[in-house]
Design a binder for this molecule. Structure first.
Ligand code: FE2
Length: 317
């Protein structure tokens, strides 16, 4: 029984702390506190050499916070709704989860009023060749953001929506695209978050946007907004900003979506890949009100967010 843990911290300005010599199914309260602090401080935590079953995995997530049940149930594990399944392998002869998830820059659930604070990922089957997940530290990006790019977004709200990432399902056959899109929009209307959020624990300022889900800048005309977003994404996704995690058997990753954009690598043709994700609410607001925009928080002031929505709907036209 291993109840101690060894922590390797990254060098300054880098992300990803590594925890070894621990069995995550046995962590105690004190260790959970340390783990959460490491996530806030280093954004990404890697647990090595884990071998736990699904119940133990969910139990570990529960010690960290409240597991999310993802709003689209076709992603759920049939026996454990907290498990979001990314898989290209059928289970018991049936489709299991969704394949090819997250292969674009994003933060999980940015398109919701209350985005997902933590994501934990535990691959069950790794492809034979290689599987990687890429990360960008958006706190660091904001610190280094050139003034001309900062001017586009400072003090502004950004629009986020997930509709273009919707994966067409079996039951969508024979439906018109416009009907599918209208239904998604109704279920997941666009949301607005400050372009620069302040972390509730570290108080650091973070650029909160991603190519996957950010679709507009509030109070900015359409052409300027699209041009600005393109320039911003080009800067954000520079190779020098990208941290690569190469997966090994037994890895579990836990990261803070407030500060990290991420993207999954593609799986080589014919290879199998199965991952179990658990989203976790850490009982803190996703962000606290930034200094340079009017007082507003996703968690507590929804009516004001609604006002922002109505003000900005012209942007979409
Ligand atoms: Fe993701």
């Amino acid at each position: 029984m291993k109840i101690n843990m060894k922590v390797n911290k990254p060098s300054p300005e880098c992300i990803s702390a590594e925890i070894s010599e621990i069995d995550v199914s046995l962590v105690n309260k004190e260790q959970v506190k340390t783990i959460k602090q490491l996530v806030y401080e280093h954004k990404l935590v890697v647990f090595r050499n884990q071998s736990i079953n699904v119940e133990e995995y969910i139990e570990f997530a529960r010690k960290i916070g409240e597991p999310q049940v993802y709003p689209q149930d076709n992603y759920h594990h049939p026996d454990y709704p907290e498990i979001f399944v990314s898989s290209n392998v059928p289970k018991d002869g049936k489709k299991f989860g969704v394949k090819g998830t997250g292969r674009y820059w994003h933060t999980d659930c940015a398109f919701l009023q209350e985005p997902l604070p933590f994501t934990m990922l535990y691959p069950q089957v790794l492809p034979n060749s290689i599987r990687e997940t890429y990360y960008i530290d958006m706190q660091k990006v904001y610190k280094n953001l050139p003034a001309n790019l900062k001017n586009y977004i400072d003090g502004k709200y950004l629009r986020h929506e997930g509709k273009m990432r919707y994966k067409v399902q079996e039951w969508d056959i024979d439906r018109a695209l416009i009907d599918i899109m209208n239904e998604i929009e109704k279920r997941f209307p666009a949301v607005f978050h400050p372009s620069v959020i302040t972390h509730p624990v570290t108080n650091k300022e973070i650029l909160y946007m991603s190519e996957g889900f950010t679709t507009g800048i509030v109070d900015t005309d359409y052409e300027t907004s699209q041009k600005a977003l393109q320039e911003l994404f080009e800067f954000i996704e520079l190779e020098e900003h990208i941290h690569t995690h190469v997966w090994k058997n037994g890895d579990i990753l836990l990261w803070d979506n407030r500060t990290l954009n991420h993207m999954a690598s593609t799986v080589a043709k014919g290879e199998k890949s199965v991952s179990y994700r658990i989203g976790i609410y850490d009982e803190l607001p996703f962000y606290v009100s930034p200094k340079n925009v009017e007082q507003q928080s996703t968690a507590v002031q929804k009516p004001q967010v609604k006002n922002q929505n109505s003000k900005l709907l012209t942007l979409a036209k």
